[in-house]
Design a protein around this ligand. Structure first.
Ligand code: GSH
Length: 213
């Protein structure tokens, strides 16, 4: 199987973590962000992650990919069914400051080349405004993120989100926050850091593995 992904993308990290926990091996294919043809040929839309199970059989949507391969419910999907609204709201609330802060830095990692960097920046600036402004306003985004983490997340970690064992929800949360490790002026609290590192360990996740083969 081949997993087509972007290294920085939280939904792609979600699948990498989930497949890691499930001990499912795959060939990792990092696509340049400006490659529209490959994803469209595989699934009809320019959206990653995509898992190509066999020639002519490819699926997208991170949660659907993981569900398909979790025959023994290792990811405890009942937790997601129970907390669906709450978790989707939390993830999208966190996603906003994380994207605003990290996008200007993601483009300078080895994932991008000059063409894909330009494509990404034009597309994302059309939605969020100039990257320079995102960084000029970084204190607002950092405060926003810290408020969400301390008021809506940390108190529910015991040590996983409303659970003593890891569930799909922890993978959804950790994958959305992982980008903050590359933002230079942000520090997770010790509790948050330990939580993220335990998700990393259990899922055998290595953010930059594709660049150090
Ligand atoms: N609901 C999808 C969301 C995936 C998604 O939003 N992927 C983004 C990257 S983070 C994408 O492929 N965007 C393509 C583009 O903006 O060109 C999932 O869970 O897999």
């Amino acid at each position: 199987m081949k997993l087509y992904h972007y290294v920085h993308c939280p939904f792609c990290i979600r699948v990498r973590m989930g497949l890691g926990l499930l001990s499912i091996s795959y060939e990792s294919v990092v696509l340049p962000y400006n490659d529209e043809l490959t994803p469209v040929q595989l699934t009809g839309v320019k959206m990653l992650p995509i898992l190509e199970i066999s020639k002519g059989n490819a699926i997208n949507e991170s949660l659907n990919i993981l569900k398909k391969f979790d025959a023994t419910n290792l990811l405890a999907w009942q937790a997601y069914d129970k907390l669906f609204n709450e978790v989707e709201t939390l993830v999208s609330k966190m996603g906003s400051p994380v994207h605003s802060l990290c996008m200007p830095y993601w483009i300078w990692t080895p994932e991008f080349n000059p063409e894909s960097r330009k494509y990404f920046q034009i597309k994302k600036e059309a939605k969020r405004g100039p990257f320079t402004n995102l960084i000029k306003n970084k204190e607002i985004s950092i405060k926003n993120l810290n408020d969400i983490l301390s008021n809506e997340l940390e108190e529910h970690l015991s040590p996983f989100y409303k659970s003593s064992t890891l569930t799909i929800i922890d993978i959804m949360i950790a994958s959305h926050l992982w980008g903050m490790y590359i933002f230079p002026e942000f520090q997770f609290t010790l509790k948050m850091h330990q939580y993220l590192q335990s998700v990393k360990d259990l899922t055998h996740f290595d953010y930059h593995q594709d660049f150090w083969k």
